[in-house]
Design a protein around this ligand. Structure first.
Ligand SMILES: C[S@@+](CC[C@H](N)C(=O)[O-])C[C@H]1O[C@@H](n2cnc3c(N)ncnc32)[C@H](O)[C@@H]1O
Length: 277
């Protein structure tokens, strides 16, 4: 994967002065921005299909006890990390390509009193700045669809987690057709969109040393999520909402994604894998 490609991905997600914008929107929503809770940040914190409910669902599948040090690969602004730290008690390290997201993740974690249990770094999923076997578990939520070198992602994930550790991948995967309408929330054009089928992903994970234990298609939930969201967002957008991350064409991107889900062209899929002992 070229650095040019990663720069193009980061440019897609980059929002100038993102942290200030989020704090301003939180204040406009009547929140105390010095003492935020993960719940307060719910409307913006989770940049994946199904939002916080989906995070809870995939985290429950991982069977964590709270004693683990978890890696969030492509952590965005840190919503899943804060959920894991506050609700389960884990220590969480997040990495992400987009510097504005990492800065927001740090500031929002400090403002929610979770700065001591979460840490965030700008880094690529293909070159993670960690020693072998550092983490007890890892997750990656709606990130792999931007990564062309999937074999590299799987190898790097296998390297940094311990033997026997769980890896949860929740991703938009390729369905029956490849004629997607763009822009999508993760890519303005097909140039930075690299979907694989669940079968291809299973093969890559297996080659990297994982055993895939469970594959769950969440299309039905995804369709319900976007139908509800699009119906609710026909009026003015709330101050604190995903449009801050997704941009002024958020509605079009969500409509395109809903269309792809309804047609079976894409599917949100949760894959639970375990590093072979
Ligand atoms: C749709 S957002 C999901 C963010 C977060 N996981 C969430 O669910 O809220 C995709 C994220 O993946 C990150 N990303 C894409 N390619 C990456 C890579 N090669 N390494 C690290 N992060 C990457 C982007 O910067 C972006 O923050």
């Amino acid at each position: 994967m070229s650095d040019d490609h990663e720069r193009a991905v980061a440019r897609h997600y980059q929002v100038s002065a993102l942290t200030e914008r989020i704090l301003k929107a939180a204040a406009a929503a009547g929140l105390d921005t010095d003492r935020l809770t993960p719940r307060d940040l719910g409307p913006i914190d989770e940049f994946h299909i199904g939002g916080r409910a989906a995070t809870k669902h995939v985290v429950a599948k991982m069977g964590l006890t709270g004693s683990e040090h978890v890696l969030d690969i492509g952590c965005g602004i840190g919503g899943a990390a804060r959920y894991l730290a506050s609700a389960i008690g884990c220590r969480v390290t997040g990495i992400d390509l987009t510097p504005e997201y990492v800065e927001a993740a740090r500031v929002l974690s400090a403002r929610t009193g979770l700065g001591d249990r979460t840490a965030f770094e700008v880094a690529s999923a293909l070159r993670m700045p960690f020693a072998d076997a550092t983490f007890d578990a890892a997750l990656t939520l709606h990130v792999a669809m931007n990564i062309k070198d999937r074999a590299g992602l799987c190898r790097e994930a296998a390297r940094v987690i311990k033997r026997g550790a769980a890896l949860c991948i929740y991703d938009v995967m390729q369905g029956d057709a490849d004629d997607l309408r763009f822009p999508m929330p993760w890519a303005q054009t097909p140039a930075t969109s690299h979907l694989t089928t669940p079968a291809q992903m299973e093969e890559l994970l297996s080659a990297a040393g994982f055993a895939v234990e469970d594959i769950e298609d969440r299309t039905r939930h995804g369709i319900a999520f976007f139908r509800e969201r699009l119906a609710a967002s026909s009026g003015p957008a709330p101050a604190l909402g995903l449009q801050l991350l997704v941009g002024p064409d958020a509605r079009l991107k969500f409509q395109n994604l809903l269309e792809g889900l309804e047609r079976g062209a894409v599917a949100p899929v949760v894959m639970m894998a375990r590093r072979r002992a």
